[in-house]
Design a protein around this ligand. Structure first.
Ligand code: PMP
Length: 556
C-alpha cells in the first residue's frame, strides 16, 4: 500500500481519528446516507502536545497487554513497537472497550470503540474527496487545522448506516447477531440491489434486443445501461469492451477456449503466479495439455508477495500470456499489477488480470493497468450471483473467435455460413442473465457512490486493526503478511483444525471460511492444506473484528 494509505499516530497504532474521519465520509456518502455536511474545524489532536490520544480508544489491545508495553505498528504488521505511554503504565482510559473481554477490566464503565467513534464522528467530517486528503504518513497531519467547506446542520451519524443497507446482516445466527466475515467467498447484497432486481421483474422483464415492444425496449435499456455502468466502473474505453458472463471463472475459460485455442501453439508459454485461484490455473492447464503449452509459475516470497526478479527470469519470447490475480483470495496479497503487465509487454505477451478479489476493495482502471483482459464476478462486489464480466480490448475481442454459438451472437445465418456480431454480442450467445446484469449495475452504483478510494482506505485501516489484534492471539500464525494486502486475513491456530475454528466461530454467529479456498498451490507453499479466512468488506466494523478476536481468545 502506498505511504499515503498508512494512517498511524505517534504510537504506531491505527489512528482512530483517521478511521473515524474515513468512516464519517464513508458512511455519509452511502447511497442512503445523510447528504448535509457541517461547518467544522479539525483541531490538532491531543497527543500533539504530548498527552495521551483519546484516539487510542478501541485499539483492541487489552489493558494487560498495554501495561506490558505491547503495541502494534500499523506500518509493519510484523513488528511490535513499545509505546511510551504504555511503558509508563499510563493506560488510556478509552483503550478498554476493545471488546476483548478476557483482558478488559470494568468494560461496562468505559465507552466502547464504536461509541467513541460515534462521538468523534458527530464532531468532524471531511467534506472533500479522499484524493485530496493530506498525506497521513507525514507528521504534519497531526497539525491539520482550518475551516473546511460547510453545509447544513449535521444530524448525528450512525456508524451502522452501511450495515443497515444489507437486510441479511440484521439477523441472528445461533442466537448472536450475524457477523459476516466471509466476503472473499461472496458478499452480501444491499437493498438497493435487491430492490433493483425486483423492480426489473415487476416492471421491465422481457427478452432483449429482439422485439419491438415497450418492455423489450425497457429491458434492453436496463441491460445495456448496466454494461455502460461496468464500462465506467472499470474505466474501459467503450461498452463494447464489456462482455457479460457468469463470473470470473467463465470469463477465464472464455479467453482460454477462444483466444487460447485460436492463437496458441505447441511450445508457447503461459505464466501464472503461485497465488492463483484454481479458476486461473485449471483452464490454462487444460489448454496446455491439449496443445503442448508450457505453464510457468511466478514464485512468492515468505510474506506471500510475487518475486518480481524471478518473474523477469521467466519472461522470454515464447511467453504468450501472463495471467495473474490482482488480489489473492487466500492471502490477500495485492500484486503489483501494473508492473507485472508492463514487464509482460516487453515480450509482446498478452495479459489477463483476475480482479475477482480486487474490485470490491480498490479503484480499478483497465486502461491505466493496460491489460488485455480483466475479469470479475458480480457476487463479490455486492451484486448477484450468476453474473460477471470479461473486459477485453475491443480490437482484440473482435479478433477472437466466438466460443459458443447460438442466438444473439450472429449477424446472419445460412446453412452454409454464419457471420458473427462484433463484441460484445459475439460472446453472448443465447439469453443472458438480464436481471442480474441490471442488479450488478445497481451494485456498482452503490460502491461508486461511496467511493472506492474511501472504501480502500477504510478497509485498509480495518485490516491493520485486525492484523494487530490477531497477532496477539496465542498460537495464531498469519499466512500472508505482504506489505500490500486487501481484505483477507488467513491464519492457522495451533492445536485446532481449521474447521474446528470455523465451527466455533459459527456458534458465535461469526461466518468465516475454513478450507483451501480453491487455492491449494499457494497454501501448500506455506506448508498448510487449509486456513481459517476471515475476509472484510465495506460493512465490517471494528466491533466485528473485536467479536472475532474475543472468540479466538475464548476458544482455548
Ligand atoms: N479468482 C479469484 C481470485 C477468486 O477469489 C474467485 C472466487 N473465489 C474466482 C476467481 C472465481 O470466481 P467465481 O467462482 O465467482 O467464478
Amino acid at each position: 500500500m502506498s505511504s499515503n494509505h498508512q494512517h498511524v499516530n505517534g504510537n504506531g497504532l491505527p489512528d482512530v481519528n483517521i478511521l473515524a474521519q474515513l468512516a464519517n465520509q464513508y458512511f455519509k456518502s452511502a447511497p442512503n446516507g445523510q447528504a448535509s455536511i457541517p461547518t467544522y474545524r479539525l483541531e490538532p489532536p491531543a497527543h500533539s502536545n504530548g498527552t495521551v490520544p483519546q484516539s487510542v480508544a478501541g485499539s483492541g489491545i487489552s489493558p494487560s497487554a498495554l501495561e506490558q508495553g505491547a503495541a502494534f505498528n500499523i506500518k509493519d504488521p510484523q513488528t511490535s513497537l513499545p509505546d511510551p505511554h504504555f511503558v509508563t503504565g499510563q493506560v488510556p482510559k478509552s483503550v478498554a472497550g476493545s471488546g476483548i473481554s478476557p483482558a478488559v477490566k470494568n468494560a461496562e464503565e468505559v465507552p466502547s470503540f464504536e461509541q467513541e467513534l460515534q462521538q468523534i464522528i458527530k464532531q468532524i467530517s471531511i467534506p472533500f474527496p479522499v484524493s485530496q486528503l493530506p498525506d497521513f504518513s507525514a507528521p504534519s497531519f497531526y497539525f491539520l487545522s482550518g475551516q473546511l467547506s460547510s453545509g447544513n446542520a449535521q444530524p448525528p451519524f450512525d456508524l451502522n448506516t452501511i450495515k443497515a443497507d444489507f437486510p441479511i446482516l440484521k439477523q441472528q445466527v445461533n442466537g448472536r447477531p450475524l457477523i459476516w466475515l466471509d466476503n472473499a467467498a461472496t458478499t452480501q447484497k444491499p437493498k438497493q440491489v435487491i430492490e433493483r432486481i425486483s423492480q426489473f421483474y415487476e416492471t421491465e422483464n422481457s427478452n432483449i434486443h429482439r422485439a419491438a415492444h415497450e418492455l423489450a425496449a425497457r429491458a434492453t435499456d436496463a441491460y445495456e445501461g448496466a454494461r455502460k455502468k461496468v464500462q465506467g466502473f472499470l474505466g474501459a474505453a467503450s461498452p463494447n469492451e464489456i462482455v457479460f458472463v457468469r463470473g470470473a471463472t467463465e470469463a477465464i475459460n472464455l479467453v482460454a477456449q477462444s483466444w487460447g485455442e485460436q492463437f496458441l501453439k505447441a511450445g508457447d508459454e503461459i505464466i501464472v503466479s503461485h497465488l492463483e485461484h484454481h479458476a486461473n490455473i485449471v483452464p490454462w492447464q487444460q489448454l496446455a495439455a491439449k496443445k503442448g503449452l508450457v505453464l510457468r509459475v511466478i514464485p512468492v516470497d515468505e510474506d506471500g508477495q510475487v518475486i518480481i526478479e524471478e518473474y523477469a527470469k521467466l519472461l522470454n519470447p515464447k511467453t504468450k500470456l501472463v495471467s495473474f490475480t490482482q488480489v489473492s483470495n487466500a492471502l490477500g496479497t495485492v500484486t503489483p499489477a501494473a508492473e507485472i503487465t508492463a514487464m509482460a509487454r516487453t515480450t509482446g505477451a498478452k495479459v489477463l488480470i483476475d480482479g475477482a478479489q480486487a474490485v470490491s476493495h480498490k479503484r480499478v482502471n483497465v486502461q491505466e493497468l493496460n491489460c488485455d483482459w480483466y475479469v470479475f464476478s458480480g457476487h463479490k462486489v455486492f451484486g448477484p450471483t450468476g453474473i460477471g464480466v470479461l473486459y477485453g480490448k475491443e480490437a482484440l475481442l473482435n479478433d477472437m473467435q466466438p466460443w459458443q454459438g447460438g442466438g444473439n451472437m450472429i449477424r446472419d445465418v445460412t446453412f452454409e455460413h454464419t457471420a458473427y456480431q462484433p463484441a460484445p454480442a459475439r460472446f453472448e450467445a443465447g439469453t443472458g442473465n438480464i436481471a442480474d446484469a441490471v442488479g450488478l449495475g445497481a451494485a456498482l452504483d452503490y460502491v461508486s457512490k461511496i467511493g472506492l478510494e474511501l472504501i480502500e482506505l477504510y478497509e485498509h485501516n480495518l485490516l491493520h486493526y485486525a492484523t494487530g489484534l490477531l497477532k496477539q492471539v496465542k498460537g495464531l500464525r498469519l499466512i500472508g503478511t505482504a506489505a500490500d494486502k486487501a481484505g483477507v486475513l488467513s491464519f492457522v491456530l495451533e492445536g485446532f483444525k481449521t474447521e474446528e475454528v470455523g465451527a466455533y466461530l459459527n456458534k458465535q454467529g461469526i461466518a468465516v471460511r475454513s478450507g483451501h479456498h480453491c487455492a491449494q498451490p499457494i497454501l501448500r507453499r506455506f506448508g498448510v492444506e487449509s486456513t481459517v479466512r476471515p475476509s472484510l468488506a465495506l460493512y465490517n466494523t471494528c466491533a466485528d473484528i473485536d467479536a472475532l478476536v474475543q472468540a479466538l481468545h475464548q476458544i482455548r
